[in-house]
Structures are given as C-alpha cells and as structure tokens.
Design a protein around this ligand. Structure first.
Ligand SMILES: [Zn+2]
Length: 155
C-alpha cells in the first residue's frame, strides 16, 4: 500500500516527487523547493526539463510546440491554458518554444506548428498538427489517453 505512489516532476526545480495515489496532487508542494507542483498553467520547457518531464511523470504529458510568430498558436494559447486548469493533476501540459529550442522540434519531427504531442512514460502516443478548440482538444485527449485519465472515466 505504501508503494502506491505516483511520480510528478516539479515545474520549478525539476525534482521528481512521490505522491500517494489517494492524495490530490493538485495542492501538493515540491519536497525540495516547496513550490506548488501544479500551477494550473502550462509549463514552458527547456531542453533539460523536457526530457525529465516526459520520462519521469507518471501521468500523460501533453506538449504544445509553438512559436511567437504563429497566429494559430496564439489563438490556441488560451484554450491550452484552460485545459491545463481543468485537467491537472491528471495530465501535465508543457509548451516548447520552437524558436528557442529548435533541437527539440527537430528531434520530434515537428513539420508545422502548432503541433501537439501526447507522451506517456517517455513515448509518443498521439500527435495532432494544427490548432484545436477546447472541445476538440478534450475529445482528442479522451480518445488517446482515456485509460490514463480518471478525470474522463466518469463522463
Ligand atoms: Zn521543486
């Protein structure tokens, strides 16, 4: 029973935190830096934090590959923020600025932006090119990550 924990990566210091499955991680603080593990907002990722987040979180990690000059990316940003507030701590939302981190975009074969990639345990499980509204994004997540989402299992 005591081993029934989930791992969550702190968005502030990138430490891996262990949290009991029956505790709501939404209000949890990082054991190292004492900052909230979930902030209700997408987390800008760097090359270092990206790998830790997609490999060490025991929850699906959704990544928005975007750029400042991209109109559809800007249009989708508020939707993405809203989904983060809705679905944390069942999912972690990251943002990768493809101008600042072209190596991450190249490694994941990003051909157009915005592109969303859903990772589970370090592996890509779904990808979507082009902006989505909130309803489309929810149903896309429901289709692709339903087994991971207790938040979706009641609906
Ligand atoms: Zn921390």
């Amino acid at each position: 029973m005591s081993e029934d924990v989930r791992h969550f990566v702190c968005p502030n210091c990138n430490s891996v935190n262990r949290i009991p499955r029956d505790k709501n991680a939404r209000g949890a603080k990082c054991g190292r830096c004492h900052q909230p593990i979930f902030t209700g907002r997408p987390i800008p990722a760097s090359a270092e934090s990206f790998a830790t987040h997609i490999q060490r979180n025991d929850i699906p990690v959704l990544v928005d590959f975007w750029a400042q000059w991209c109109g559809p990316c800007k249009a989708m940003a508020p939707v993405y923020e809203r989904i983060a507030a809705e679905l944390e701590p069942e999912i972690r939302l990251l943002k990768v600025d493809t101008e600042a981190h072209p190596e991450l975009a190249a490694r994941h074969n990003i051909r157009s932006i915005p592109t969303l990639i859903l990772f589970q345990n370090g592996s890509e499980i779904a990808r979507q090119a082009g902006a989505m509204d909130a309803e489309s994004l929810r149903s896309w997540l429901r289709r692709n990550a339903a087994s991971s989402f207790s938040a979706f299992q009641s609906s």
